[in-house]
Design a binder for this molecule. Structure first.
Ligand code: ZN
Length: 177
């Protein structure tokens, strides 16, 4: 048995190439055979699909992408400003895109809100290099919940209280330009 910490002993499940893992990272693509790998507290290291969007030049940005259906119950301070935008917005399932690289909380929330308000089409493209993946897939849900509150607080009817149930699909890892 190796006495090295587990992170330093990671090897590709497909070809046994050592994975140069940094302590904060949770997912990699093997440099030798391009197998995607995810480190999970319950399952350990597993094979895992990476998706690359079209148009990456240089280093791509990894994100978690999940479909979410939100059942919303909100009350506003200003009933005159209430125009049903929120109800219409959440009527359909929404595509949540959560930055998975290491960025500040403000940037993370701004980007996630922007991508929720203005959905981007995800078209598969060739594999590319990408920033280290540091957000675990199980953390996509708390971020998505935070983003829902953020988006509701931005509406002009002055949110007083919001409650919701989020039905979030399994997050997929995409690398964006
Ligand atoms: Zn490999």
């Amino acid at each position: 048995m190796s006495e090295q910490p587990a992170l330093l002993a990671l090897r590709c499940l497909q070809c046994n190439t050592p994975v140069p893992a940094q302590p904060d990272e949770v997912a990699w693509v093997c440099a030798t055979c391009q197998t995607g790998l995810l480190l999970d507290e319950t399952n350990g290291l597993t094979k895992f699909a990476f998706h690359f969007a079209d148009g990456i030049k240089g280093t791509g940005r990894p994100v978690w992408v999940a479909q979410g259906k939100v059942a919303l119950d909100r009350t506003s301070r200003n009933l005159l400003g209430k125009d049903g935008d929120a109800e219409r917005f959440w009527d359909a399932p929404r595509q949540f895109i959560i930055p998975a690289w290491s960025c500040g909380v403000d940037e993370l929330v701004d980007l996630a809100i922007g991508w929720l308000q203005t959905p981007i089409g995800l078209k598969a493209g060739p594999a590319a290099s990408f920033l280290p993946v540091t957000l675990r897939p199980e953390d996509a849900r708390p971020v998505a919940e935070y983003v829902i509150v953020g988006i509701e607080a931005l509406r002009k009817d002055q949110l007083r209280k919001v409650e919701f149930i989020l039905d979030l699909g399994e997050p997929e890892l995409w690398v964006l330009p």
